[in-house]
Design a protein. Structure first.
Length: 17
């Protein structure tokens, strides 16, 4: 989890792929 424990991590993960 590079970012905080916020829901943004989920969006970042999808955008990464």
């Amino acid at each position: 989890m590079n970012h905080m424990s916020l829901p943004t991590a989920r969006i970042c993960s999808v955008g990464r792929v």
